[in-house]
Write a protein that binds this ligand. Structure first.
Ligand SMILES: CC(C)(COP(=O)(O)OP(=O)(O)OC[C@H]1O[C@@H](n2cnc3c(N)ncnc32)[C@H](O)[C@@H]1OP(=O)(O)O)[C@@H](O)C(=O)NCCC(=O)NCCS
Length: 182
């Protein structure tokens, strides 16, 4: 099942094995989606003035907005959006021109701005705002607006990160078989 997929200036999104894209999602331009990743209802992603790369087994939940920044004299590469493997992006998250590692949970309605780097194994609480250029270091929970380091992750939370991604791999397989327009 594929959503509303559009090319921009001759470049179209490309998909790995067994991805799921909800039919209401809009994906435009230079977007790469890795194996077993999923895009949920009403996600809007524009790989127009730069590229978007999403790794394997990553889920982008309902109403997320994904965009990038163009190249400029101050930022010769601009700000692409790069998301790693086994990442859970909660509902209504805004990801703009940032680099997100692997095994990460981004809580509902978080906003992550240009030039941010999120290292591997991080949880970002619901509603968190991460200002431009910040680095969130591996192994910590961040909350607040602006985001602050709250505490180290527990062992249970670290184990939850790949488990959450795996849950969404199972859910997208179930959707691929069982959701039908009526
Ligand atoms: C931050 C979070 C991980 C909980 O962390 P926690 O340490 O277990 O937090 P607790 O529930 O024990 O609360 C500790 C304090 O943080 C506050 N807090 C909890 N979540 C918060 C958030 N997202 N932002 C700011 N403060 C938060 C609590 O109110 C509490 O404050 P207090 O000490 O003044 O009473 C969780 O609330 C969260 O935001 N999870 C994201 C869930 C999500 O969006 N999933 C994606 C959808 S599938």
């Amino acid at each position: 099942m594929k959503g509303d997929i559009r090319s921009y200036r001759g470049i179209a999104p490309t998909f790995g094995e067994q991805v799921y894209v909800d039919p209401s999602a809009v994906l435009v331009g230079d977007i790469t989606l890795g194996d077993h990743s999923s895009i949920w209802p009403l996600v809007s992603a524009r790989g127009d003035v730069n590229f978007i790369k999403i790794g394997a087994r990553t889920n982008i939940q309902d109403n997320c907005v994904l965009h990038v920044s163009r190249k400029s004299s101050g930022h010769p590469e601009g700000h692409p959006l790069i998301i790693g493997d086994d990442v859970t992006v909660g509902h209504h998250v805004m990801l703009h021109g940032c680099t997100v590692g692997s095994r990460i949970l981004i809580g509902m309605s978080a906003i992550i701005m240009d030039g941010v780097t999120v290292e591997d194994d991080v949880i970002i609480g619901a509603g968190t705002l991460v200002p431009p250029g910040k680095t969130l270091r591996s192994g910590y929970l961040y909350v607040g607006s602006p985001a602050k380091e709250a505490r180290p992750l527990t062992e249970e939370e670290r184990a939850f990160l790949p488990a959450s991604a795996e849950n969404y791999v199972r859910l997208k397989d179930d959707y691929a078989e069982n959701v039908e327009s009526v």
